[in-house]
Design a protein around this ligand. Structure first.
Ligand SMILES: Nc1nc2c(ncn2[C@@H]2O[C@H](COP(=O)(O)OP(=O)(O)OP(=O)(O)O)[C@@H](O)[C@H]2O)c(=O)[nH]1
Ligand SMILES: [Zn+2]
Length: 355
């Protein structure tokens, strides 16, 4: 019997389940996704589940369950099931869907903390950290910066200087696979019943850290199995693991590009330490691009704001605005399309009445 409280099940989720039309069926948490196939852990064991036809065709693919979701399913065999409902999703890590302009993709949900993992080598990039921080702040997910591979002999001074504008907004933890003490320190950030997602670029050391926290190689060993072998998603990169005497961790696939969808510019300014200057611009609606009397630009020119930070601000804001504008445009089109359909329906009806 699995204790789902260790996976985060609580009274609030129980209440949400009672509101579902399928409340009398089994509930469980999605541990792994593979196209339209899901590994779900329930009190009675692991199930390889698929979606009902209604769920697949009645909604956009971005609304399909993601790792971390709590679902209600009907078991149809000892280890197979059909997902009937997904409990309302909260605290979700989203990203802009690859190749899309107005669609976001849920990577993991019901997340308490996110470890932003960066390796201390030539690939270290402070701009990526800012990007993740912006995205996480939109969902009230607590971030922690995990700087890995300290054994490679990085220059502490340089790194500290690069993240100085972030240091009072995000706790930092340095790790090395060669230092068990550093792994123990990281473990202290994860509490029983909590869910922590590991994000970061490919090769940052996410899977290595999770294996170290677990004390064994747990990732990519294919925890589902059935007699046909169909359920062995060994190539799937996204996986949830319950740490011994600790919380749940989710590994996410390393991506090259992580597009943001959170267009809360106030938060962006706070993260990048720009807010104090914004209030001093001559114009209230200053965009800090080329306006006269812009205190932000002035601060960049006299070196108070790092030019890299300023560029990052403009880039992230542009990206998030572009996403928001594309979503609005899409909604407008959908609205006028449904209006047109209604009009055509109305005309048909009128013709029937007249004939
Ligand atoms: N020197 C050193 N190498 C490390 C450390 N942690 C991880 N590595 C190595 O870095 C490489 C990438 O590690 P992974 O754990 O696979 O990285 P990942 O972030 O999971 O990468 P993706 O799965 O592609 O997203 C491996 O060769 C690891 O052995 C460390 O603390 N020190
Ligand atoms: Zn300005």
């Amino acid at each position: 019997m699995n204790d789902l409280q260790l996976y985060g099940w609580n009274e609030e989720l129980f209440r949400r389940k009672q509101e579902s039309a399928y409340k009398d069926f089994t509930h469980g948490r999605v541990m792994l996704t593979h196209k339209t196939c899901y590994e779900v852990i329930s009190e009675t064991g692991y199930y390889t589940c698929e979606l009902t036809g209604n769920m697949m065709y009645g909604r956009d693919a971005s609304e399909y369950p993601c790792t971390g979701d709590w679902v209600i399913f009907q078991s149809i065999d000892r280890d197979k099931g059909i997902i009937l409902d997904v409990l309302p999703r909260v605290k979700t890590l989203y990203r802009l869907k690859n190749g899309a302009v107005s669609q976001q993709q849920a990577i993991a949900s019901y997340i308490d903390k996110a470890f932003i993992v960066q390796s201390l080598d030539s690939r270290f990039n402070v701009r990526r950290i800012e990007r993740f921080m912006l995205q996480l702040s939109g969902e009230d997910i607590q971030p922690l910066l995990v700087l890995t591979k300290t054994d490679l002999g990085f220059n502490t001074g340089e790194i500290e200087k690069a993240i100085i504008h972030l240091s009072h907004k995000i706790p930092v933890c340095y790790t090395s696979i060669e230092s068990p003490e550093s792994i123990d320190k990281l473990r202290e950030f994860i509490r029983v019943g909590e869910t922590v997602v590991f994000t970061g670029m490919s090769g940052a050391g996410k899977s290595t850290l999770i294996n170290a926290l677990c004390g064994q190689e747990v990732l990519r060993t294919g925890s589902i199995s059935d007699s046909t072998g169909k359920g062995k998603h060994t190539s799937t990169r996204r996986e949830m693991v319950l740490l011994p005497e600790s919380g749940v961790v989710i590994d996410t696939p390393g991506v090259k590009l992580f597009g943001v969808t959170n267009n809360d510019t106030d938060t962006l300014s706070d993260i990048l330490d720009i807010s104090d200057y914004e209030g001093k611009c001559r114009f209230k609606d200053c965009r800090h691009v080329n306006e006269k009397g812009c205190a932000v630009i002035e601060a960049v020119e006299n070196g108070e704001i790092d030019s890299g930070v300023y560029e990052s601000y403009l880039k992230l804001r542009r990206e998030a605005w572009h996403y928001a504008a594309s979503v609005q445009e899409k909604r407008k089109k959908e609205k006028s399309l449904s209006k047109l359909v209604e009009e055509v329906k109305g005309r048909k009806l009128n013709r029937q009445v007249l004939s």
